[in-house]
Design a protein around this ligand. Sequence first.
Ligand SMILES: NC(=O)C1=CN([C@@H]2O[C@H](COP(=O)(O)OP(=O)(O)OC[C@H]3O[C@@H](n4cnc5c(N)ncnc54)[C@H](OP(=O)(O)O)[C@@H]3O)[C@@H](O)[C@H]2O)C=CC1
Ligand SMILES: CC(C)CCC[C@@H](C)[C@H]1CC=C2C3=C(CC[C@@]21C)[C@@]1(C)CC[C@H](O)C(C)(C)[C@@H]1CC3
Length: 418
Amino acid sequence: MAYPRGSRAPLEFGGPLGAAALMVLLPATMFHLLLVARSGPARLLGPPPYLPGPDVLWSPRVLLLWLSWLGLQAALYLLPARKVAEGLELKDKSRLRYPINGFQALVLTALLVGLAVSAGLPLGALPEMLVPLAFAATLTAFVFSFLLYLKALGIPPSALAPGGTSGNPIYDFFLGRELNPRICSFDFKYFCELRPGLIGWVLINLALLMQEAELRGSPSLAMWLVNGFQLLYVGDALWHEEAVLTTMDITHDGFGFMLAFGDLAWVPFTYSLQAQFLLHHPQPLGLPMASAICLINALGYYIFRRANSQKNTFRKNPSDPRVAGLETIPTATGRQLLVSGWWGMVRHPNYLGDLIMALAWSLPCGVSHLLPYFYFLYFTALLVHREARDEQQCLQKYGLAWQEYCRRVPYRILPYVY
Ligand SMILES: NC(=O)C1=CN([C@@H]2O[C@H](COP(=O)(O)OP(=O)(O)OC[C@H]3O[C@@H](n4cnc5c(N)ncnc54)[C@H](OP(=O)(O)O)[C@@H]3O)[C@@H](O)[C@H]2O)C=CC1
Ligand SMILES: CC(C)CCC[C@@H](C)[C@H]1CC=C2C3=C(CC[C@@]21C)[C@@]1(C)CC[C@H](O)C(C)(C)[C@@H]1CC3
């Protein structure tokens, strides 16, 4: 980690050079994956079948469709919520309020799409638009991050994110200067993290399933599994929407290109890679293998959900009977660290569960190609890097208590291995 002059916040992601490289590499990787998934050889490490020209990337009609999608999700966000949650305390001691209606947005989107399909909307045509749609999303992410950067020029220092204030415009543009950019009560980061991209991801999956049914008479078992597993994951995220308020994206990272592109483009267009692959490369899958894969996904989901819920319950109320019996380490901040239960096995049991699920999403695609395993490989790298960032932040927050926790729980993600 490099340290910028005149500031104590360490530079991450390789500093300005790393940020500039990622701003080119991430969109390039996304387009590479989209093009390769539909090509015959589907080679992750091979060249793309062709380089798309402006006529393939750019379509005003598709841009309009994309903006309408964002508009629809924004309208659903503004509907009355079943609950309004408070975020963590900010530097100025205030707390922001967030509507909890993400699951409602998912259900209403499903109803609207169902109505539109029964009225003749050709959802199966969506897979043909993925490349121009991804281009529209990338363009939106660049423009949006630029506007967010400008907006952050006039805000008080207390509203800045700890990381995005290096003074280097490229680095700050990438990481995001403002922690919680809002217009009135509309919170852009919270909205983008959970709505257009996540719900868009399952909609793309569904469109790929419908397209497969049109092409082959019925969707394959592999396609059903991928759709089912990823719908469970997105449904779970929206059902437990409040938990996202304590993730580092909301509490620590600014809202810049990294999250805008990640949320709006990367998630829907690369996380749907397995379903894209299956549409063009059908894979035979027998019932015994499908059952084994379901068991792997169930195991991953169980660890992921139980570990996340245990920490969230403990953070909300340490005397809750479900967590009151667990062993803890006190810290100088007054907060405690769990040292038994899920958080006593490894320091990030939730990452372990998430990674097991990631593997289960790739397995229905067989083992003939590396491409459908891209998500598992990328996600391993993302979580290892994220774990290191979180470790750094926890060491800063909890000092000696964190060191004691690391001594008591020596493994980070995988027991006895890492
Ligand atoms: N699908 C995807 O692309 C992604 C999914 N994820 C998933 O998101 C979820 C949230 O991940 P993330 O926000 O990275 O991190 P975590 O939910 O693991 O949160 C880390 C925080 O938990 C608290 N904590 C750590 N150890 C303990 C302990 N022993 N006892 C009590 N509290 C502890 C600390 O915060 P504090 O003490 O301040 O509460 C720490 O900063 C994970 O399940 C992850 O897998 C994440 C990134 C991408
Ligand atoms: C494009 C770059 C390589 C990095 C971008 C990272 C983002 C794609 C991810 C950062 C943290 C995320 C989370 C989820 C999705 C991916 C991003 C935005 C999450 C919403 C997925 C569903 C989970 O249940 C969750 C815990 C709510 C996740 C929160 C973090």
